[in-house]
Ligand binder design. Structure first.
Ligand SMILES: Nc1nc2c(c(=O)[nH]1)N[C@H]1C(S)=C(S)[C@@H](COP(=O)(O)O)O[C@H]1N2
Ligand SMILES: [Mo]
Length: 213
């Protein structure tokens, strides 16, 4: 086969793959499982190999950056805020998904209203007690299903799943939800977190398969 023919054949193959990919994606998008994901019934644990133990009396959440009212919440103060409950599906970028996770805690919007971010704030940067960090556009944090979860299935959040408190951002891949969360900073410019500096996506929408890049 000539080089040209080989290239043409390859191109045709690529076009076919692309066409099939688009078809598969359209079908998947109308369903509950995002493209490339597999349903799991267990609840895998994903972390950096450290599950920090934070006594509740020493736990604090710092909220700062481009805000009118920087603040530090104690565990008691956090739990005195209005509580919400939300059931959502959980999608890990390593291709497992878990349906119907029941989370309770404090809505992100409640923390947002307390801190009063300035108009220039467009990104949120989370850090955790295990050294983890992640970044999310502010707009994605303001959905009413985004919460700082302190309970799972009506029970205090287990340490392996990020207790005492972890973020849940259901419409994004789960790496955007910081376990063992320690600080929230509102920023004008995006600041890549732990996985983002290693090539993971800035937004991470599972329906668009924003895994890397
Ligand atoms: N602090 C912290 N948060 C984290 C991680 C981590 O290693 N440390 N892993 C992320 C990843 S990749 C996923 S898939 C979920 C896993 O949550 P789970 O262990 O409760 O399943 O937490 C995310 N949040
Ligand atoms: Mo993940």
């Amino acid at each position: 086969m000539s080089k040209e023919r080989a290239i043409a054949a390859k191109q045709k193959w690529a076009e076919k793959q692309l066409a099939q990919g688009f078809t598969a994606r359209t079908v998947a998008a109308s369903e509950r499982l995002p493209p490339g994901q597999k349903l799991t019934t267990g609840f895998p644990v994903l972390d950096l190999g450290v599950q920090p133990e934070i006594p509740l009396a020493e736990w604090t959440l710092r909220i700062d950056g481009l805000v009118e009212n920087a603040l530090t919440l104690s565990w008691t103060q956090l739990n005195a805020l209005p509580q919400v409950r939300d059931v959502s599906d959980f999608h890990c970028v390593t291709t497992w998904s878990k349906y119907d996770c029941e989370w309770s805690g404090v809505a992100f919007t409640t923390l947002f209203e307390l801190a009063q971010p300035k108009p220039e704030a467009r990104f949120v940067y989370f850090t955790s007690y295990d050294g983890y960090s992640t970044n999310v556009p502010l707009a994605n944090c303001l959905d009413d299903d985004v919460l700082l979860a302190t309970q799972f299935s009506g029970q205090p959040l287990a340490r392996e799943h990020g207790g005492p408190a972890r973020f849940i951002i259901p419409k994004l891949y789960a790496w955007k939800g910081a376990k063992f969360v320690k600080t929230i900073s509102f920023l004008a410019e995006d600041r890549p977190g732990f996985w983002e500096v290693r090539g993971y996506h800035g937004i991470g929408d599972p329906w668009k398969e924003e895994r890397y890049g």
